[in-house]
Design a protein around this ligand. Structure first.
Ligand SMILES: [Zn+2]
Length: 76
């Protein structure tokens, strides 16, 4: 496992190493969940959610809306 050392800045921010971002699919504006366990901070990419109903499956990545909601909108 590659290890990186980062210094927390004045605003309490750290940069996630590019290699980790690439490997985990975390990009600019990706929502992440941050939890703490036994003194370790865990950052996880959130599954994309439908902006309308909150579903986690069949999400159109570009629109961030699920297939069912797209069909409902089309039927209006
Ligand atoms: Zn939906």
């Amino acid at each position: 496992m590659t290890q990186f050392v980062r210094r927390v800045d004045k605003m309490s921010r750290i940069v996630i190493p590019a290699e980790y971002r690439k490997n985990t699919g975390i990009h600019e504006m990706t929502e992440v969940r941050i939890t703490e366990s036994n003194g370790k901070i865990i950052i996880e990419k959130l599954a994309p959610l439908c902006k309308i109903c909150g579903a986690t499956e069949n999400i159109n990545q570009e629109m961030e809306v699920c297939k069912d909601c797209i069909e409902k909108i089309k039927a209006l």
